[in-house]
Design a protein. Sequence first.
Lengths: 232, 232
Amino acid sequence: MMEHAQEALFRPVRAGNAFEETVERLMQAIRLGVVAPGERLPSERDLATRLGVSRVTVREAIRSLQENNYVESRRGRYGGTFVNDVIPKSAPGKEFGDIHDALTLRKVLETGAAETAAGRSLGPAERRGLRARLEEASTASLVEYRRKDSRLHLAIAEATGSASVTAAVADSRMRVNELLDTIPLLEPNLTHSNAQHERIIASILDGDPAGARLAMAEHLDGTASLLRGFLV
Amino acid sequence: MMEHAQEALFRPVRAGNAFEETVERLMQAIRLGVVAPGERLPSERDLATRLGVSRVTVREAIRSLQENNYVESRRGRYGGTFVNDVIPKSAPGKEFGDIHDALTLRKVLETGAAETAAGRSLGPAERRGLRARLEEASTASLVEYRRKDSRLHLAIAEATGSASVTAAVADSRMRVNELLDTIPLLEPNLTHSNAQHERIIASILDGDPAGARLAMAEHLDGTASLLRGFLV
DNA sequence: CTCCAAAGGTATGTCTGCGAGCCATTGGCC
DNA sequence: GGCCAATGGCTCGCAGACATACCTTTGGAG
């Protein structure tokens, strides 16, 4: 028997109860900037269908987000649940093993995604989308940087044309962002990141898989060593 | 809003009910060869703890495996649930989008895993493990090939030192194996695969990340085009 | 001004899954 | 030969989640 592989295969089947996982998902959408401040979440009924949970559970999750000031709800037609400007919270106390694990998965996924995206023939809409995200990230202020950065990286994942890859990247980023939230974000890091972003996107748009991979790898290594430095 | 990213983020929160997901996991362990025919699964109490479900649910899952002749249970001390030699089943009817999605994720994960594994300094136990899995796969008969092949690929994932990567590769392989089960496995494919396996493992053991990635990419492209050819 | 569609808010009965405990069986150890 | 530890087999009550239905609020369309 492969004792080690068992640990991976016999991991818990569910990360938490339906309520917790629903909160997690909504938080992802907000923190990764998929639904920006001021924008509206899909309706409760819609979310219930898409997430595969009951509306009651969705409401409980939204309730908990309201209590933590992430969102506000308004009734009536053209009402809904709207994302606030806040960015509360930070969660400390990770172990080194977790960090290594999260960073390894991220590197595997995101370098692969960049290479794959560069190897596809992208449509005009996709190309425009990538440029738009790049522009958003490069002009972002310090407070909104993490969100805009995540949107850019998610757009790259989407450009692979694989929903599974996008989902995996989203999960991975959430884990890493949790860690990044515990260390300071400085102007020089940001400038450097933007330059790397440009290289990555240029390589993807030029259809240069090897270049995209390399540029992404260097980009990720930057924040990885920053993290390892601050957290160990 | 990034309409497309929402599809990934607002995907169903749980793949199925606890029972179904538990069956799925045990099937993974059996079909990927992590618990080989004749070997014993962990005890019900142990599985319940590790999988994070109640023992009742574990028992229902095992019951369903018994009914499909995958396993047999024996009572008493030194009893347990043992894996049979069978390999029933096959599930047809996939759409092209699913195939592309599954193959894209697999390529991202496994090429990344190979590269990462080659970039680490592996301990003697890990090196021995990789060689052993390679040997097993190369001497496997047609009927046991898929299982031995999966074990080898899982061992490579494990060599990244990241449990998350291993888990992701296991999930990905299950999806692809489901597809592979619907097409014939021929002796020449097998010979070719074995040669590629050797290159991959040699590159990893030599600490050659670029070589490992390339070898893995070629290996995966082989079965990918086979699949696309048979299934479209 | 009225209507009404679409959104959030509420209530209820059902069912799944869980925890916890106990029973039955088996084979090695003393 | 008897003990007993570890395993599968079984039951029952509770809590979480679900489906479904209905109520309330709101603002645009007609």
